[in-house]
Structure formats: structure tokens, C-alpha cells
Design a protein around this ligand. Structure first.
Ligand SMILES: [Zn+2]
Length: 576
């Protein structure tokens, strides 16, 4: 796997932000003077690593009003139109430091911005947060990632952009962090493109970050919202694809904007709140827009592609969206990167296994993986010492599911992902994890694969991935059978390794012929015990005691089995 660190690919290519650090970031977002007061709080927050934006009753606030805005445009939704066609009059104007943003606000009345000025420079800190955050969004999304600037009414690049600050609860039923609003369509550009402005909330009291300082909270909420909403403004200069009375690809519109939060303001992990929505819905088609918080949770797709192929991959896909919808546009870019959507679906299932505090591996897969939720495992049947079906299920296009099977077989098995009639092996893949080595294996359907004997811990995680972009369910069964064919004389010792505290108090040797003698030695060759198979069954059991009556300690042991015509040697492990 190509490891590029956390978007340093983007940063180094332009040579602009190689020195980028948390302190540098804070100094951009917070006005001078506020840094010393808040640095401790920010550091604490980074130590804890997690930022929450939950309302007081634990409900995640709706992130963005853009889907609602889109809904009003083509459907003429009267309920929403009632709100969004109102005009909020704001009296004052502030120009961002770069000059790109014209920020409209009020200082008194119902729409007033917060009036704190902690650095006492005569400018309200809220305005400085908005100015710095939007300037940084422009700098990274346009100057570094090379998105086109927002379009004007002639379809040409704008150099300035309008942001309106007021309590969004006045217009938006969900009281979101921010929203991008369509002003009018641009006839000179192909397809639907829009001149836009951004509405930004002034009251983020619904956002509950671990840092309890409300001013730091505001700075963080504004940082992610500027990155997110400004990306919507840029998207509107590429193309929005209409679907009767709504728009297609809301899932990609929202996951792209959420990805920009992570690129522009990586210290604020607001996106973590939306991951459980997608983690519980991976068995639905990736490109199905659910129009709820799941669409934000699909940011993991773009974070993964950003890690693998560079953070500008989202801009490359948007460039192709001028010609075609999100999924074929994404496929075209992935092919130019030497990969394919089908392969990346298998990667996504794999990456989402290594998440959460228990399974994440430092320096691999998602950088924030320890803070992610656990994958959503469905229990499957136990894997036994017989030919059997472990699971059967069906999945739609671009979907996957993790399953967990208790592992009760005393030896290695072969598994086979068998495709049911009417489904295609080319459209399915399996991923399984060797729990002992923690390695993953990506196996095509209809290819039998060996699962080594795993006794600790005793279940097998398997994902089945439906990699096709075509509609239609893919049905399948996962079969397992003993790796050693019936009648084989190969000697098997189990459980392995033998853990005295976890297993029954004897070790089993299988395929020992009747009357055969079994000799057990320490790793340096000292003879410890002799056992004989006095039964008609091919098993010998050992209670771990020596011929002196002592129980053996932890270590590697050797055995030798003698029959009339041959001798077999092997070793096994005991852990006390
Ligand atoms: Zn959005």
C-alpha cells in the first residue's frame, strides 16, 4: 500500500504547506492574541483526539442545508420554499483578509453575530474566524487542489464570494451549521450550474465539543463549515445532474464536501459523528443517496481514495462530472490511476475492518481509524469440522457486509465463496482476516482459499463484497470443508497453540493409528512422555503431564509417532 501520510501528498506537491502544523493552523483560524489563551484547550482536544457535535440530547445535528436547498429548486417544495425564499436583511459588511470573501452580518437585533472580542483588537472574533476559515478554504480547495473558482452569472471565474451570517434556524427547519444557496442558473454552461451564496450559522451552541470553551467551539464549527459549504459553491460550477424533481448523486455531493473538511481543517474531526450511519448501511448500494446523515458518513470512501491516490482525486472526479454522473466519473479517474471501482470496493471493506480501538493498526489504513466505530458484523454459522454452509446472503451493487463465524474446527479448512445461479462470480469477492497474524486476504468468488487453523481468538471475520456497478442482487454462499481430505494420514495436533487457561486440560493428536506409539520431547530433545493408542479410533489424548507426573510449562514441544512402517515428527506449542 502506498503510504502518503495525512494528505502531505497534496501539501508537498505545491511546496506551500510543508511546515504545516497544528499551531500554524490555529494561528490561521484564531485571531492573533487568542492563540495563547486557547492553545491549551486545542491541545487537550487533540490529546483526546475526538470532537463531538452532538446536541444536548445526543442527537447529531444536521450538518448542512444544501440537500434541502436542492429539494426546493426542482420540486418547488412549498413547505421548504416558504422558508428559503425569505430574504434576511443584514446591514454590515466585512471583507476577508484575502479579499475573496464579502461577509454580511448584523451587530444588533435578532440576527446579531456573537460580540466577543477576546483579543481586544476591535474586530469581533466571530468575523475573524469566518474570514480566516473561508480564506483557508479558498487557498486549499482552489489554489492547492485546483478546483475552479465559483462561477459568476456568465459562467466565468469569480474573484469574490458572498457569505451571510445569521441564526439559520430562522430559515432552515434543521438549523444546520451552514448552507449553500442557489441564486440563479447559468445558461452559458453545459447542464445545470448555479451562481450561489453561503448562509452561515452564528449560533453553534448545539455543537458540543470536548473543549468546553464556547469561543474555541465556534472557531472549530466555522472552520469545518467553511471548508464544507465552499466546496458546494465550487461543485455548482461543475455540474448538478437533475433527476425529475430532485438531483442525483447527493451521496457524492455531500461526501465530497465533508472530505474537504478533513483536508482543510483536519484538526476538527466533526465527520466522526456521521460514520456510524454509513458503517451500519454498507449492505446498501454505495451510490444510493439516502438523504440523511449516511451521505456524510460516506466521506470514508474519499478519505481512503485520498490516502491512496492523493487528496486532489475528488477534484479530478468533479472535473469528469461535467460530462457524466458521479459513479462513471469516479470510475474514469480510478482507471487513470491504474485501479478500478470494483477493486476499491474490496479495499473499502478491508479498510473498514481495521477500525475502532481494538482492530486499528497505527500507521496503516485510515489515519483516524482508532476513533472510528466498529464494523457492523452479522453473526454467521460456526465453522465446523465438516463440509458445510457457513453463510448465505445476497447483496445489491457496490455493497459489502462483514460476518463473524465462530471457529470450531480443529484444523485448517478450505473455504469457497460460491455464487448462486443468476449471479456472476466476477461481481463478488471475499475478504477474510487471519486473526493470528492480523493479515487480510482478498479472494475472488469461485476460488477456494485456505484458512489456517485459528484457535485464538476463536472466530473468523469474513466480508463479502458486491463489486458490480450494475443493478441486481448478487446471491452467494460461503462453504467450508476440512483442508485435509478424509482418509489422509497427516497428523494434526489441536488446539494450537494450546493455552492452558483457555482450553480443556488435554491436547488431542489426530490420525494416530491403533497401537501406534507417540513420544513427546522437550525442544532440546529430552524425552518427557510416551503414549500409546489403545483404542480403535485415530486419536490420542495427552493431559500435559510427564512420566514423572509433572505438568509441562510453556514452550515448544516435539513429538514422534512410530508405526510398523514409518515415523512421523512434528511440534506443537503450549502456553500456560
Ligand atoms: Zn453539505
Amino acid at each position: 500500500m502506498k503510504s502518503i501520510g495525512k494528505y502531505h501528498g497534496l501539501v508537498n506537491r505545491n511546496g506551500m504547506f510543508c511546515y504545516f502544523s497544528i499551531i500554524f493552523y490555529i494561528s490561521l483560524v484564531l485571531p492573533p492574541g487568542l492563540l495563547s489563551q486557547s492553545a491549551k484547550g486545542i491541545n487537550n482536544l487533540n490529546d483526546q483526539g475526538k470532537v463531538l457535535s452532538l446536541t444536548e440530547d445526543g442527537v447529531v445535528n444536521h450538518k448542512c442545508g444544501f440537500p434541502q436547498v436542492l429539494q426546493t429548486v426542482l420540486s418547488q417544495n412549498k413547505e421548504l420554499n416558504k422558508y428559503l425564499t425569505q430574504q434576511i436583511e443584514l446591514d454590515s459588511v466585512y471583507h476577508s483578509t484575502s479579499g475573496h470573501f464579502i461577509i454580511h452580518y448584523d451587530v444588533t437585533g435578532p440576527y446579531a453575530i456573537p460580540d466577543y472580542d477576546r483579543n481586544q483588537n476591535g474586530t469581533k472574533d466571530y468575523l475573524e474566524f469566518v474570514s480566516n476559515s473561508f480564506d483557508r478554504a479558498w487557498q486549499i480547495e482552489i489554489d492547492s487542489l485546483e478546483f475552479k473558482p465559483p462561477p459568476d452569472s456568465a459562467g466565468l471565474n469569480r474573484n469574490t464570494y458572498h457569505v451571510y451570517c445569521f441564526p439559520l434556524g430562522y430559515l432552515y427547519p434543521d438549523n444546520p451549521f451552514g448552507s449553500t444557496v442557489l441564486d440563479y442558473e447559468i445558461p452559458s454552461l453545459t447542464g445545470l450550474n448555479y451562481v450561489t451564496h453561503i448562509d452561515l450559522n452564528v449560533d453553534f451552541s448545539f455543537a458540543s465539543y470536548l473543549n468546553e470553551d464556547p469561543i474555541v467551539r465556534d472557531s472549530m464549527a466555522i472552520a469545518v463549515t467553511a471548508a464544507h459549504e465552499f466546496n458546494h459553491a465550487l461543485q455548482c460550477g461543475y455540474r448538478l445532474w437533475p433527476d425529475n424533481n430532485y438531483f442525483y448523486d447527493i451521496w457524492f455531493i455531500e461526501s465530497s464536501a465533508t472530505f474537504m473538511e478533513e483536508v482543510v481543517a483536519p484538526e476538527v474531526n466533526d465527520y466522526l459523528n456521521y460514520l456510524p450511519w454509513y458503517f451500519n448501511r454498507t449492505r446498501l448500494p454505495l451510490d444510493q443517496s439516502l438523504r440523511d446523515l449516511t451521505d456524510y458518513g460516506k466521506v470514508v470512501v474519499e478519505i481512503m481514495l485520498g490516502e491512496l491516490y492523493g487528496a486532489d482525486i475528488t477534484r479530478k472526479i468533479w472535473t469528469n462530472i461535467q460530462q457524466e454522473r458521479a459513479l462513471p466519473a469516479m470510475e474514469k479517474v480510478l482507471i487513470s490511476e491504474g485501479t478500478a471501482l470494483s477493486r476499491e470496493m474490496v479495499n473499502l471493506a478491508t479498510w473498514l475492518y481495521y477500525t475502532g480501538a481494538d482492530r486499528s493498526i497505527p500507521g496503516q489504513f485510515f489515519p483516524d481509524a482508532p476513533l472510528f466505530p466498529d464494523p457492523d458484523f452479522i453473526p454467521a454459522d460456526p465453522i465446523l469440522f465438516t463440509n458445510q454452509i457457513v453463510l448465505q446472503d445476497s447483496l445489491p451493487r457496490l455493497a459489502f457486509q462483514w460476518y463473524a463465524s465462530p471457529y470450531q474446527t480443529p484444523q485448517s479448512i478450505s473455504a469457497l465463496l460460491e455464487v448462486s445461479e443468476g449471479s456472476s462470480a466476477a461481481n463478488l469477492s471475499a475478504v477474510y482476516i487471519d486473526m493470528i497474524s492480523n493479515e487480510y486476504y482478498q479472494i475472488p468468488a469461485s476460488t477456494s482459499f485456505e484458512i489456517p487453523f485459528q484457535s485464538i481468538p476463536d472466530y473468523l471475520p469474513v466480508a463479502v463484497v458486491s463489486t458490480s456497478s450494475e443493478a441486481g442482487l448478487q446471491s452467494f454462499r460461503l462453504l467450508s470443508r476440512p483442508r485435509v481430505a478424509a482418509g489422509s494420514s497427516e497428523i494434526i495436533v489441536f488446539p494450537q497453540p494450546f493455552v492452558l487457561s483457555e482450553h480443556q486440560a488435554y491436547l488431542t493428536f489426530k490420525n494416530i493409528p491403533p497401537l501406534a506409539q507417540l513420544f513427546i520431547f522437550s525442544s532440546n530433545g529430552k524425552h518427557l512422555q510416551t503414549l500409546q493408542n489403545d483404542s480403535q479410533l485415530p486419536y490420542v489424548y495427552w493431559d500435559l503431564t510427564t512420566n514423572q507426573g509433572k505438568t509441562v510449562g510453556s514452550g515448544v514441544y516435539l513429538y514422534r509417532v512410530k508405526t510398523d512402517n514409518k515415523e512421523n515428527n512434528g511440534k506443537f506449542i503450549v502456553i500456560r
